[in-house]
Design a protein around this ligand. Structure first.
Ligand code: NAD
Length: 441
């Protein structure tokens, strides 16, 4: 009989996982404590922006294969496999991960399970959590019901979440049980049949694979951004530098884009939580380099604000058009977004900031209601003293500078993502400054 799955936590990760598992033929029940979210998902309406996901959600809520609930009792009676996809944000005022939601959801589903089942953690957690949670499951589960436990970290990228879930690069699972492995192999049979590597290991390795991957990616971005501080001073072309080192197969070109740095709900908090966890383990200096990675990253935001201030003399009363506030293109996620951070700082320094993002205005306005959010690029740039491209949506990468020329007050643009063609903008009479390039500032 086909396995029945639950996905607990229906945010960016959970909503995607639930819809993709339905697409693969499973009966799926999504569970969340947020009733509004559950109501919206039940109507087939996706409360987030993720390409391809609205179609899958509609298809499978209509077919009846995908349902949503706030009831753990319903989930406990339904599921053979329960995926945990709740948030693990940074604790307020600390670097460590807040495990409250994971602990609460694991305990709740272990208590609610009325049939033999498997709980599978997908959230990103500090190493050591899975072994502890396995103990919690043993304490909380009902007499006579066997609830097994495994860890299966998630590597999907927002903006590509559906493709990454249906066609992952690799699957990693940590467990100490052959039965758990057999069940997860059944869940992922489709990907495994297409030769997707399935790495079966212990709990600690599985947890560490996820944070190691994110620490590496963050380091790669800060590495090129540290070099961009050098080229901003001495001259040189940061893009050519990245292209040239990227041609070395040992290095690779991806994640070497200089700009205002990384953000989002994963990389920043994951590198901080990793440092916090290894310090707890007594390894204070082991991950200290990640402090530098974080600092280089945050300095890029300072640089963007400095460039704007210097170009405009003072920001007071100046009109700045901000293009993009999502932390990355093709997403509406503004958690720890460098673009939104820069926009808010420009506003705090007295600028009149007009923001246009194709998907993230609503989320950004919840966080910083005072910025002037507009629903079209042309409205944002009207009469602007300065245009700042801060998220590289293709709509911005493909702007024709000639079209904006008559609309703005001053033809100057800061390319915070290193995606614009200098020759094209200069030929249209614009002053263009890209982060990582030397300027007279
Ligand atoms: P999110 O904030 O979008 O979603 C978390 C959901 O969990 C929310 O809907 C929240 O209401 C729900 N929740 C909280 N407590 C709950 C409980 N006790 N029971 C049921 N639901 C509960 O977060 P996200 O971006 O989906 O991330 C979830 C986890 O996945 C994090 O650990 C994150 O690091 C990891 N992750 C995220 C991504 C990504 O791209 N977003 C990729 C890989 C891993």
């Amino acid at each position: 009989m086909t396995l029945r799955l639950t996905v607990i936590g229906t945010g960016y990760l959970g909503a995607t996982h639930a819809a993709c598992m339905a697409e693969l033929g499973f009966e799926v029940l999504g569970v969340d404590v947020d009733k509004e979210k559950i109501d919206s998902l039940s109507r087939g309406e996706l409360p987030i922006h993720e390409p391809g996901l609205p179609e899958l959600l509609r298809k499978h809520t209509e077919s009846g294969r995908l349902r949503f609930t706030t009831s753990f009792d319903e989930a406990g009676a339904f599921g053979d496999v329960h995926f945990i996809a709740v948030g693990t944000p940074q604790r307020a005022g600390e670097h460590a991960a807040d495990m409250t939601y994971v602990d609460a959801s694991v305990a709740a589903i272990a208590r609610a399970a009325t049939k033999d089942s498997l709980i599978v953690g997908k959230s990103t957690v500090p190493v050591g959590s899975a072994r502890r949670l396995k103990g919690l499951v043993a304490e909380e589960s009902r007499d006579g019901v066997t609830v097994n436990f495994a860890w299966n970290p998630e590597f999907l990228r927002e903006g590509f979440a559906v493709a990454d879930t249906l066609r992952p690069d690799r699957l990693v699972m940590g467990s100490d049980s052959a039965a758990a492995e057999a069940t997860l192999r059944e869940v992922y049979a489709d990907a495994i049949s297409r030769d997707t590597p399935f790495i079966s290991t212990d709990f600690e390795t599985a947890e560490l694979v996820k944070v190691a991957a994110n620490a590496f990616l963050a380091t790669k971005i800060s590495f090129i951004n540290a070099f961009s501080e050098v080229t901003e001073t001495v001259g040189g072309n940061i893009r050519t530098l990245a292209d040239a080192i990227g041609l070395d197969a040992r290095i690779g070109r991806r994640f070497l884009n200089a700009g205002i740095g990384f953000g989002g709900g994963c990389l920043p908090k994951d590198i901080r939580a990793l440092q916090a966890r290894v310090s707890e383990l007594g390894l204070d200096s082991t991950m200290r380099f990640l402090n530098e990675v974080d600092e280089v990253n945050l300095r890029r935001r300072d640089r963007a604000v400095y460039v704007a201030e210097t170009l405009l003399g003072s920001l007071e009363g100046k009109k700045v058009a901000v293009l993009g506030v999502a932390f990355k293109p093709n997403s509406d996620d503004v958690r720890d977004s460098p673009a939104l951070d820069v926009a808010a700082r420009l506003y705090s320094s007295g600028a009149d900031v007009s923001v246009y993002d194709p998907a993230a205005n609503a989320n950004a306005s919840k966080r910083y209601p005072r910025l002037n959010y507009v629903d079209a690029l042309a409205t944002a740039v009207a009469d602007a003293d300065l245009v700042m491209l801060l998220t590289e949506w293709s709509e911005f990468v493909n702007i024709d500078p000639a079209e904006l020329s008559g609309v703005v007050s001053h033809k100057q643009i800061v390319d915070g993502r290193n995606v614009l063609n200098h020759d094209k903008w200069t030929a249209a009479g614009w002053d263009i400054i890209s982060l990582g390039h030397k300027s007279e500032l």
